[in-house]
Design a protein around this ligand. Structure first.
Ligand code: FES
Ligand code: FE2
Length: 359
């Protein structure tokens, strides 16, 4: 049996990842992106279908993004081989003689399944040696009404995706990294108690009333005039966190993904939507201002952490604050084990658990 997911780089294949923002791909222009160390050329064909091919001509490795695209065929700039970009199938090799026996249609550029939604080009990265047919649909942001505001934020992190992900689910860094008068200070540290439960490929912080000591939640309570505000946070492999806040008919929903660019770099992407405050001016810029500030704080912290990680220190994860990080690693190995053996995945979280920590 071929090695489906190489243990060496610790990156999970067989999943969809956001490769880039769809708005960057305009007209016949080709864009490039890197996913799990795979260079990609991306575009949209004349029918508007998004496509992603390995940015490497199967002839002699020329980047296909440096070629020409007429909306139907990608033409390599070296010897003019032409490819249909959604399937990757070769359609023409200009150097062939009419009586040549080579079957052009059997040659393929490596094409990846590609879909566009929630503002991203999603690319399915198959397991090594496995079919390129996706095993699941690309993930989606949950929305709960026809009209809403939507926005995107993004930041690159100079570390392996594992550090990006455990940084994302780490509850104890808030008072130190995200200190601000309008959010909270380190003096506001208090005991937290949250219920978690297993979900397929991940875990859920069960629906609860959000912590009352942060300004945004106080504001929300005032605005929604709803007593019951609930928030639910899910994490699922390979890399996504979904958060939903509901207050009567009002909702906020976000999907955060941490995507491996290479084994040494990752990118955090947030897409957030809400129907709250839609008629209040400046809500979008204010959200973006604070969202970006938050992400810069995390990014800066991880840049500094990367300095420390360069020298391969030994690390420790403690209970209960680092339990979600432990679950992440346990989920990853249980998943890889089930792919290796073909047996159903043994979920590492046996049932509902309550975690306690101070933050
Ligand atoms: S390298 Fe692309 S056609 Fe030769
Ligand atoms: Fe953070």
């Amino acid at each position: 049996m071929p090695e489906l997911n190489a243990p060496d780089d610790g990156l999970l294949r067989g999943f969809w990842y956001p490769a880039l923002r769809g708005e960057r791909v305009r007209g016949r222009r080709l864009e490039t992106a890197m996913l799990l160390g795979i260079p990609l050329a991306l575009g949209r064909d004349a029918a508007g279908r998004p496509f992603a091919v390995r940015d490497s001509c199967p002839h002699r490795g020329m980047p296909l993004s440096r070629g020409w695209f007429d909306g139907h065929h990608l033409e390599c700039s070296y010897h003019g081989w032409k490819f249909e970009p959604v399937s990757g199938q070769c359609r023409e090799i200009p150097s062939l003689m009419p009586d040549d026996q080579l079957d052009v249609g059997k040659i393929y550029a490596t094409a990846f399944p590609c879909r566009e939604h929630d503002g991203y080009f999603w690319v399915y990265v198959p397991e090594r040696g496995a079919s390129a047919e996706p095993r699941e649909e690309a993930p989606r942001l949950a929305t709960f009404s026809d009209r809403y505001t939507i926005t995107h934020l993004s930041a690159q992190l100079p570390c392996h995706v594992d550090h990006g992900i455990i940084g994302l689910m780490d509850p104890a860094h808030g008072p130190f990294v995200h200190q601000a008068w309008w959010w909270r200070t380190r003096h506001s540290i208090h005991e937290k108690r949250k219920a978690f439960e297993p979900i397929p490929l991940g875990f859920r912080m069960s629906a609860h009333t959000p912590s009352s000591n942060s300004a945004p939640y106080k504001l929300l309570r005032l605005y929604a005039q709803a007593e019951g505000i609930t928030t639910t946070i899910d994490f699922a492999l390979p890399n996504r966190r979904h958060e939903q806040i509901h207050a009567g008919k009002w909702w906020f929903s976000s999907m955060t993904t941490v995507t491996p660019i290479t084994a040494e770099r990752c990118r955090i992407d947030v897409v957030a939507a809400w129907n709250l405050f839609r008629h209040v001016p400046l809500v979008l810029p204010i959200f973006r201002f604070f969202g970006e500030k938050f992400m810069r704080q995390d990014q800066r912290t991880m840049e500094i952490q990367a300095e420390g990680l360069k020298h391969n220190p030994s690390l420790m994860l403690i209970d209960d604050a680092d339990r979600p990080a432990k679950w992440y690693f346990a989920l990853k190995s249980a998943y890889l084990e089930s792919r290796r053996t073909g047996q159903p995945m043994q979920h590492p979280i046996p049932g509902p658990v309550t975690l306690r920590w101070r933050s």
